[in-house]
Design a protein around this ligand. Structure first.
Ligand code: TMP
Length: 214
């Protein structure tokens, strides 16, 4: 049986990742793979409810972090783990790196607590004790926060994160940088300032480079 593949897409709001999720799904489907296209927070009925709350209701940083990880646990149990067990390709719009970047670096929340939550939530039955479910590849879309804000301007009513100032997104970008440095093999940097086709070529190259698409 083909083994499952877990790929996450990350970056600050407006970095342009979402356009390429669907294209990568199509590329895998064309290669005969079953694809699950999903997102965080969200991806299950419960997690989508938690998403709606996390993106709109005022709350303290611990509550926010707990909601993100509660949504993640349900998503893992209901969607990601079953899909990987079937041998599907899971393309996930954000995963735990976003929590370290947004709640950790952006909000300044305790990274040790986030690490503990990560260890609880991402310990899954399919893996030996001590091993955590993580994406095999994280496509990290890098874009200057000012350029990202220009892209988002007027697109839709901003949520609790999108309405943050550029300084917040600068910290979020630094948070991604630290996660990337700590796990360099897993991360592929995508230069999001390039024209769309050039960005797509970078996405494809990262996946092809790992031998997952020809
Ligand atoms: P999206 O707009 O890319 O779907 O993401 C929703 C927002 O949620 C985005 O602003 C980033 C934020 N977020 C966190 O703050 N922490 C997390 O763990 C995740 C997954 C998303």
């Amino acid at each position: 049986m083909t083994s499952g593949l877990f790929i996450s897409f990350e970056g600050i709001d407006g970095a342009g990742k979402s356009t390429h999720l669907e294209a990568l799904a199509q590329a895998f489907r064309a290669a005969g793979r079953a694809v699950v296209l999903t997102r965080e927070p969200g991806g299950t009925p419960l997690a989508e409810q938690l998403r709606a709350l996390a993106l709109s209701a005022p709350m303290d940083p611990l509550t926010e972090a707990l909601l993100m990880f509660a949504a993640r646990r349900d998503h893992l149990q209901q969607v990601i783990e079953p899909a990987l067990a079937r041998g599907d390709v899971v393309l996930c719009d954000r995963f735990t790196d976003a929590t370290f970047a947004y709640q950790g670096a952006g909000r300044g929340f305790d990274l040790g607590v986030l690490g503990q939550l990560e260890r609880w939530v991402q310990a899954v039955d399919a893996l030996p004790a001590g091993q955590l479910r993580q994406p095999q590849l994280t496509l990290w879309f890098e874009l200057d926060p000012e350029a990202a804000a220009r892209r988002l301007a007027g697109a839709r009513a901003p949520d609790r994160f999108e309405s943050q100032p550029a300084a917040f997104f600068r910290r979020v970008a630094d948070g991604y940088e630290r996660r990337a440095q700590a796990d360099a093999q897993r991360f592929a940097r995508i230069d999001g300032s390039q024209p769309r086709e050039a960005v797509w070529q970078q996405v494809l190259a990262a996946v092809q480079g790992r031998g997952w698409l020809s």
